[in-house]
Design a protein around this ligand. Sequence first.
Ligand SMILES: C=CC1=C(C)c2cc3[nH]c(cc4nc(cc5[nH]c(cc1n2)c(C)c5CCC(=O)O)C(CCC(=O)O)=C4C)c(C)c3C=C
Ligand SMILES: [Fe+2]
Ligand SMILES: [Fe+2]
Length: 368
Amino acid sequence: MPFRKEPPYIHGTVATSAVVLVNLGTPDAPTRKAVRRYLKEFLSDPRVVEIPRLVWWFILNLIILPFRSGQSASKYRTIWTREGSPLKVHTQKQAALLHDMLEARGHGDVSVVMAMRYGSPSLPEVLDQLKAKNVERIAVLPAYPQYSGTTTGSIYDAVFAHYAGVRNLPELRMVRNYHDNEAYITALEESIQSYWEAHGRGDKLVMSFHGVPKRTLLLGDPYHCECHKTARLLAARLRLTPDQYVVTFQSRFGKAEWLQPYTAPTLQQLARDGVARVDVVCPGFTSDCLETLEEISMEAKHEFEAAGGKEFNYIPCLNESPTWITALAEIAEQHIIGWPTMLSQAQRDARQLDAEAGRANAVALGAP
Ligand SMILES: C=CC1=C(C)c2cc3[nH]c(cc4nc(cc5[nH]c(cc1n2)c(C)c5CCC(=O)O)C(CCC(=O)O)=C4C)c(C)c3C=C
Ligand SMILES: [Fe+2]
Ligand SMILES: [Fe+2]
């Protein structure tokens, strides 16, 4: 079996554990060139677009990339910050805060890093860095609460493809979903309640999730059901009756039917039906990004108002909210259970001595 060249295993190093927080990815810059590179990688993933490869190659390279790259780049420019793309900035901060939170909860021996499925830092790059530090136990935590083959499934693919070429494998634990996790629902509840306390409450709460092609639901993708379960649990916590909220799906791509009802037409219909004020929340996005800051907070707002709506309020994503970081810590804890993440100094010293003792035999045979 052909193995990739991997960071050398240094005999005598103590093995440790890590959590990898993985998000979708974003362009490196809001330029046509960078967006094109990002879209090419993203949209070439067969988990994302299920069209026969040869046909899709022509559509992607001759139609989508030439036209969409420039259009998307202008959209990215409207949300770009001095620190960079919001999606990456938030994910980076969440990883740092998650590390501190795990440490505060006693897990002093686990590192937390972020990776992106598309773009940088890439999963292979991050997994290699962990290997170089002799991280032997890895929990992969996708930033998506609801499982979809198009997102979580694709992260699994990238992780397994990377390790298919690796000799010395770590223990792997993959978080599949947390759409009904108590702490995640609490974080959403708290963010909406505190928004309402500060800004008053609208006539309708619109819960907008990223869409996927309807075909994926019919072929067995559980994403639609998981979005609805999140919405039901959240509505129950907020004590909303069914007429006080609506679940919608945004970000439709291409001509095929996606999950319905679509967000923008629903908002326009609400405005035409005389709903004066709507509050929109995007529970499936854990970090603000292009899809929330531009598509919802700018485009959808404009469409609602143009159809006669009076007040459109966008409730920000969970981002760095303390209740969300607590939820992330709880989810991580459920997956690192049993790992040596709470060592005393004496236990650390003993592991170090043990590793050094094991080194002599390997070095005698010429190992590094
Ligand atoms: C082409 C099909 C797409 C599927 C299927 C899809 C599923 C999906 N995406 C997210 C989360 C995000 N998507 C984002 C951007 C984005 N999504 C698509 C296409 C599909 N997504 C495109 C082409 C883009 C790029 C922007 C554009 O050109 O419109 C983002 C934001 C990234 C950022 O940089 O801010 C997120 C987040 C989920 C959760 C999902 C399925 C469940
Ligand atoms: Fe998307
Ligand atoms: Fe979009």
